[in-house]
Design a protein around this ligand. Structure first.
Ligand SMILES: *Cc1c(COP(=O)(O)O)cnc(C)c1O
Length: 197
């Protein structure tokens, strides 16, 4: 997770072997992507529909698709900007049904995936969740386990869902890996504390 980290430090990180960077704002990414060659970029923040086009231009994948409407819009834009390709997305799931968080309700994912799965220019590579803020990493385990099990159920029922599970951050990524994370989003443990505010 490279948000708030200046391009110069990111270039050093890429030179040291880090090749996947995550940003949560389209605006910030627009400034940094051209300055940091050789990296792949994932959007892991909320995407407003008026920034969808810019996001498809900038990012290699969008991890925060949380509605059928957004997926339909992205599918159309990919057709315009990257015809003949399939754009990788993850569906963001609000596993804990936290009213302060974005993401599909776990009960709604199957329904959404049926529709999004029909879009020919998106490839749903997997699921993503942002866990609750917890005091102990262990307390995040039920959230991660629930996301993994949800993915397993959806694939078993024949829905077109790839294997990725994006979950875990600096404070709880070990637990996330134990529960099957394939993408961990680590910011502070790599780049240090972010500036306040
Ligand atoms: C900032 C951020 C992270 C990284 O958090 P750290 O605690 O710095 O590892 C992970 N996921 C999302 C969605 C973020 O916005």
């Amino acid at each position: 997770m490279s948000k708030t980290v200046p391009a110069e430090r990111l270039r050093a990180a890429v030179a040291a072997g880090l090749d996947l960077l995550g940003e949560n704002r389209v605006q910030e990414a627009a400034a940094k992507v051209p300055e940091v060659p050789g990296a792949r970029w994932h959007l892991v923040g909320p995407l407003q529909s008026n920034k969808a086009r810019r996001a498809v231009e900038l990012f290699d994948a969008i991890e925060t698709v949380d509605s059928v409407d957004l997926a339909v819009r992205l599918d159309r834009i990919v057709g315009e900007l990257r015809p003949g390709t399939r754009f990788p997305v993850l569906l963001q799931v609000n596993v804990d049904r936290d009213p302060a968080k974005a993401g599909l309700d776990p009960e709604a994912v199957a329904w959404a995936l049926e529709r999004i799965g029909e879009l020919t220019r998106l490839e749903v590579r997997g699921l993503m969740t942002i866990g609750r803020l917890v005091a102990e990493p262990e307390a995040a385990r039920p959230t991660f386990r629930a996301l993994r099990r949800l993915g397993e159920r959806l694939r078993r029922s024949g829905l077109p869902l790839g294997p990725e599970l994006s979950m875990g951050m600096t404070d709880d990524f070990e637990v996330a890996v134990e529960e099957g994370a394939t993408i961990v989003r680590i910011g502070r443990a790599i780049f240090g504390e972010r500036p306040a505010g």
